[in-house]
Design a binder for this molecule. Structure first.
Ligand SMILES: Nc1ncnc2c1ncn2[C@@H]1O[C@H](COP(=O)(O)OP(=O)(O)OP(=O)(O)O)[C@@H](O)[C@H]1O
Ligand SMILES: [Mg+2]
Length: 313
């Protein structure tokens, strides 16, 4: 797992998914977990493992959520030279959806079949792994069509893997891989890897406790501190209480580097009633706080009336 702390079980699931796709089977999977927990990092790992396969990427963009078929277009645009191989009604439906020809709003069922056909055509040449990240920001038309495709995959050599904070209902019934926080020892190791100087033991303990194994938290929190503050702990004159520092650090981390200003929702403040300054520390419906040691990632296979591919795990 180059570059990844822990995540052996998760990487194993993804590795087996790629192996199955290479062997001519198809797989759908929804990788989900809270912000910063490492979904994109795992999807990048998946792409890196897919040697011999074609990898197609797409991702939800908050600013495009109202644009019907925006993400489906992202995924399929490089494949459109295969459109002619589809049955005419499906081809016409997809062409209309993508604005390549005029006509009334096309039937979603036909668009779903067309997308499935297009992916199958591509996979006929080389196994295909499709990665659709940030599912929570998919436009609903794309989500509906991609979920339709995921449910109908058979033996096309297609892998369709979604990354989602909280999967929408469209993906209900698909196999899931739930990503939890890192174990405490791994969290400490990741925190240490992000440090450039000494760290007061009390500060380390509290950062680890507050981060709940969330890699983004572990990497970003120390960056907002000076070397003296990190080394001096809570005893420095004028030091801001740790919770305030954590909140401030996350506020800074929430400013997206590459995407538009709306791409990542603002972190809730400590006044927002989540019970902690870090959003993923929000109390669960049971009222209990998430414990790092029990938040291991586990593949979950929910009950569904819809037949789905053989479970990967
Ligand atoms: N297992 C890991 N080991 C080391 N670094 C990690 C690990 N998982 C994630 N990271 C790092 O943590 C940060 C957040 O990870 P990532 O972007 O994958 O989170 P995410 O779950 O996709 O968040 P979001 O919901 O905001 O998209 C990144 O800098 C990533 O490289
Ligand atoms: Mg991500």
């Amino acid at each position: 797992m180059p570059g990844l702390t822990d995540r052996r079980a998760e990487c194993d699931v993804l590795g087996r998914l790629v192996a199955a796709v290479r062997a001519g089977e198809s797989r759908a999977l929804v990788v989900h977990g809270e912000p910063g927990v490492g979904k994109t990092a795992l999807l990048e790992y998946l792409a890196g493992q897919a040697s011999g396969c074609r990898v197609a990427h797409a991702g939800g963009v908050q600013a495009e959520m109202e644009l019907a078929f925006a993400v489906l277009h992202q995924l399929c645009a490089p494949m459109l030279d295969r459109l002619e191989r589809l049955p005419a009604p499906q081809r016409d439906a997809l062409r209309t959806a993508f604005g390549l020809s005029a006509g009334p709003a096309p039937d979603r069922f036909l668009i779903g079949l067309a997308a499935l056909g297009l992916l199958s055509e591509m996979a006929g040449e080389r196994p295909l792994v499709c990665i659709v990240d940030d599912e929570q920001w998919l436009d609903s038309a794309s989500a509906q069509v991609l979920a339709f495709v995921a449910r109908r995959l058979g033996a096309e050599s297609v892998g369709l893997v979604f990354g989602a904070r909280v999967p929408t209902g469209d993906l209900a019934g698909l196999p899931e891989l739930v990503i939890g926080g890192l174990r405490e020892d791994d969290a400490r190791a990741l925190l240490d890897s992000a440090l450039t100087g000494p760290l007061d033991a009390l500060v380390r303990d509290q950062i680890v406790a507050e981060a709940h194994g969330n890699p983004l938290a572990l990497l970003e929190l120390p960056r907002g501190w000076t070397a003296a503050e990190l080394a001096g702990g809570f005893g420095l004159p004028g030091a801001v209480p740790l919770t305030g520092r954590i909140e401030e650090s996350f506020r800074r981390a929430s400013v997206p580097k590459r995407r538009g200003p709306q791409s990542r929702p603002a972190w809730p403040s400590s006044e927002s009633g989540c019970g902690s300054v870090i959003p993923w520390c929000a109390r669960r419906p049971t009222g209990r706080r998430r414990r790092m040691t029990c938040a291991r990632s586990t593949p979950r296979w929910p009950k569904s009336p819809i037949p789905r591919p053989t479970p990967i795990v």
